[in-house]
Design a protein around this ligand. Structure first.
Ligand code: TYD
Length: 211
């Protein structure tokens, strides 16, 4: 596929959404077709699955159900939105992708990295991002941003304990070592503009290498 597939990962409150908005604006202004999207969600069916999987009332949800729902949402979003965009040659900026499941469900929920990778391989058929950017913000910094920003949606995952988020944070560090060919980390604790600039610079290097 001709397009460039970039996914963004990070703990709660890492600023991914604002960063993606700025990066998207930058490349759109350069005349590049950009599709900015998010998981779980991005299209109708996946947004419906999102409501189930993140619904605060669904406290009885089994971890394997959770993992399967994230994978199902991912599949539909990939087929309906990401693959067509990449086939057209667009740049896809996706807020979370398979690495979120590997870390949240595989490591933090203790379902096993390999098991979660396996169900996700069924869903993604080996379509991994060209580049995955981990926005590195320590959990205590991220969580204080979440709880101090008025109007932000607090979901079922936000209600986990600090220990859970530390596990997520360390899980991402493990993933960086497992996938060094596609995954990089960018310091996300500075101003959003600075972080976005660092992301833009990285993507520009990749685009230059493709010409
Ligand atoms: P969201 O409101 O999009 O949060 P964020 O801004 O942190 O991305 O919520 C997504 C939540 O779902 C987040 O807590 C991470 C979790 N998640 C998983 O546990 N597994 C997954 O595969 C995905 C995509 C998300």
């Amino acid at each position: 596929m001709k397009g460039l597939f970039v996914s963004f990962e990070g703990t709660e409150g890492s600023g991914k959404t604002s960063i993606i908005r700025q990066v998207s604006g930058h490349f759109s202004q350069m005349g590049i077709q950009v599709v900015a999207t998010r998981e779980p969600g991005g299209i109708r069916i996946s947004e419906m699955i999102r409501d189930i999987v993140l619904g605060k009332a669904n406290t009885e949800m089994d971890p394997r159900t959770e993992a399967l729902l994230f994978a199902a949402s991912r599949r539909q979003h990939l087929v309906e939105k990401i693959i067509p965009a990449l086939t057209r040659g667009d740049m896809v900026l996706c807020d979370r992708f398979v690495d979120s499941s590997l870390v949240y469900q595989g490591i933090a929920r203790k379902l096993g990295f390999d098991e979660v990778l396996q169900i996700n391989q069924f869903a993604i058929q080996n379509i991994f991002p060209d580049l995955t950017i981990l926005i590195d913000v320590r959990p205590e910094v991220g969580l204080s941003r979440v709880f101090n920003s008025p109007g932000r949606e607090v979901n079922r995952m936000d209600l986990e304990t600090i220990a859970f988020y530390n596990t997520i944070y360390n899980g991402y560090k493990t993933l960086l070592k497992k996938f060094p060919h596609r995954m990089i980390s960018i310091d996300g604790e500075g101003e959003i503009e600075e972080v976005a600039q660092a992301v833009i610079a990285k993507i520009e290097t990749i685009l230059a290498g493709r010409k």
